[in-house]
Design a protein around this ligand. Structure first.
Ligand code: SF4
Length: 246
């Protein structure tokens, strides 16, 4: 059986947009729909719909035979302000020179390190950040590394810290990024002006604390935002249909 909002969305015709009657109907319906989403469509529903459509993403992607904690931690730093394709090039350079290693990066010549990670951009700062992250991992037992430790490193923001905590250290911190905010706000679940901490609280208060769900949910949101909920969303072929109400 269709959900109520799914069947109602279909009856709106573009040809009606110019009439005042349509405008009243549209605004009223939009309001009701937002209320409906807020109260009846749970985050778990959203997660299940994404999982059903895309399947398990098994994040974080790592190269076979490499130390996943090192690779995820470095990848989380390198991915800032660049595409994953560029991160891959930097990671491949590190692998080629046997540098996917906290100790080797910490002790390395910084100019050499910059050259290796150059494809990921902002390599002057990222090289320093990789060294600082390596130092932390060398000095502290992994289980004792806290969010505050990571956030005290220059070049590590909340998204990077939470990515390392969740995917490298298996600690339940939900990762928020631009995709997450865009998607949740288009669903009408949060404001598009929401900040990092409020987005994170909204998710953690509305979904069970489960490491695997946290990992998958974030990965599924990224997948959905790359496939359908892009900057110019492909709502016609999307199974959520929310943007038709904007
Ligand atoms: S693509 Fe459109 S319908 Fe799908 S989630 Fe994004 S805004 Fe909503």
């Amino acid at each position: 059986m269709n959900r109520p909002y799914e069947s109602k969305v279909v009856i709106m015709q573009p040809s009606e947009e110019s009439s005042a009657l349509y405008w009243i109907f549209h605004s009223t319906y939009k309001f009701i729909y937002r209320v409906y989403l807020s109260f009846y469509m749970t985050l778990k529903d959203v997660y299940n719909k994404l999982l059903e459509k895309y399947g398990y993403q098994n994040w974080w992607p790592v190269h076979e035979g490499q130390n996943s904690i090192v690779e995820i931690s470095f990848g989380a730093v390198l991915t800032q302000n660049t595409s994953w394709k560029n991160v891959e090039k930097a990671l491949e350079n590190l692998i080629k020179h046997n540098m996917l290693d906290f100790e080797k990066v910490y002790c390395s010549d910084i100019e050499f390190l910059k050259e290796l990670i150059r494809p990921a951009g902002f390599y002057n700062q990222k090289a320093k950040t990789l060294k600082a992250v390596s130092k932390l991992f060398l000095e502290k037992p992994h289980k004792d590394i806290a969010r505050e430790d990571l956030l005290s490193i220059k070049g590590v923001g909340k998204e990077t810290a939470d990515s390392i905590l969740l995917y490298a250290l298996n600690k339940p911190y939900f990762v928020i990024d631009a995709y997450t905010k865009r998607f949740l706000s288009r669903l009408g679940l949060v404001s598009d002006k929401i900040d990092y901490d409020s987005s994170q609280s909204f998710i953690t208060q509305n979904i069970e604390m489960d490491l695997e769900v946290y990992k998958e949910f974030h990965a599924l949101i990224v997948k959905h935002c790359k496939e359908l909920c892009t900057k110019k969303p492909k709502c016609e072929i999307c199974f959520f249909k929310c943007e038709r109400l904007s």
